[in-house]
Design a protein around this ligand. Structure first.
Ligand SMILES: [Zn+2]
Length: 269
């Protein structure tokens, strides 16, 4: 195998990945339709979209990964880092140790690796590829700084991590909307879009009026065309208990008389 590399007869031993196919000699050739998707991903990233947003956009458009799966931020980042898209390749990234026949392990310097430039046709220019790597490095540094800030952020807002989306079970995230108003939105909805979770939102003003001190599932209830919320502790919710929505208020602000029924309604599932 090693001799073959040195002679220049190169076999790129990879699983199928987006943008390329192998011809009968095992060489990488461009798959034009997939190459367009690859180029779009690099373009979107260069235009300032993050990997979460790119994944959400592709999912929304019904575009699948090369293995027919949904996109995740990790899939996008893996592609953005892949040197094969600028026409280069690393041989011996992985290798089979003598004593472990049939198993492949990552090469951490145990065997000679080769970096081959212009091994096959590129899908993105070297300049764009390098720019993307720089941007990713910057983002990584920002996230590291941000990681220290997350704890502070959590302590700053009593509702952080407390409100739960009834559709996906994830927490709601604080979000500034128009007119500097604050709302809490399902974090899955924010990250992956409505194709993954139909989402829920509630204004900070409304949620703050409830004295929420434990994980609480928020549900929207429409009564006579108006939206009300119900609040059920996650512990109860998981047991199949659903609280009634807040009583609808009349126009002058007074609260309609409550029908005499228990606050909690158990629904058998
Ligand atoms: Zn959700």
């Amino acid at each position: 195998m090693k001799k073959k590399f040195e002679r220049g007869e190169i076999m790129v031993n990879t699983n199928r990945f987006m943008g390329y196919e192998k011809n009968e000699y095992g060489e990488l050739i461009i798959n034009p339709e997939e190459a367009q998707i690859v180029q779009r991903i690099f373009q979107m990233y260069l235009e300032g979209m993050g990997s979460f947003k790119i994944a959400a956009k592709l999912n929304e458009e019904g575009i699948q990964t090369v293995t027919g799966k949904r996109w995740h931020d990790t899939t996008v980042r893996g592609m953005l880092k892949n040197e094969k898209y600028k026409g280069d390749c690393i041989l011996q990234k992985f290798y089979t140790p003598e004593n472990m026949r049939g198993r492949t392990v990552r090469n951490n310097g145990e065997v000679q690796a080769y970096y081959i430039e212009e091994n096959h046709p590129a899908i993105v220019s070297v300049e764009d590829w390098e720019k993307v790597q720089e941007l990713m490095e910057k983002q990584k540094k920002k996230r590291k700084i941000g990681a220290g800030g997350v704890e502070k952020y959590k302590k700053r807002y009593p509702l952080s991590g407390m409100l739960i989306c009834p559709h996906c079970g994830k927490t709601l995230r604080r979000k500034q909307v128009y007119n500097k108003r604050i709302e809490w939105w399902c974090s899955t909805y924010i990250q992956y879009g409505k194709a993954t979770c139909k989402g829920i939102k509630i204004s900070d003003e409304v949620a703050s009026k409830k004295n929420i001190t434990e994980k609480t599932v928020i549900e929207e209830v429409m009564i006579d065309g108006e939206k009300y919320y119900s609040y059920t502790s996650k512990t109860d919710y998981d047991r199949g208990i659903r609280n009634e929505p807040d009583a609808p208020a009349t126009k002058n602000g007074s609260v309609l008389p409550r029908v005499n029924r228990p606050r909690r309604t158990a629904i058998k599932l």
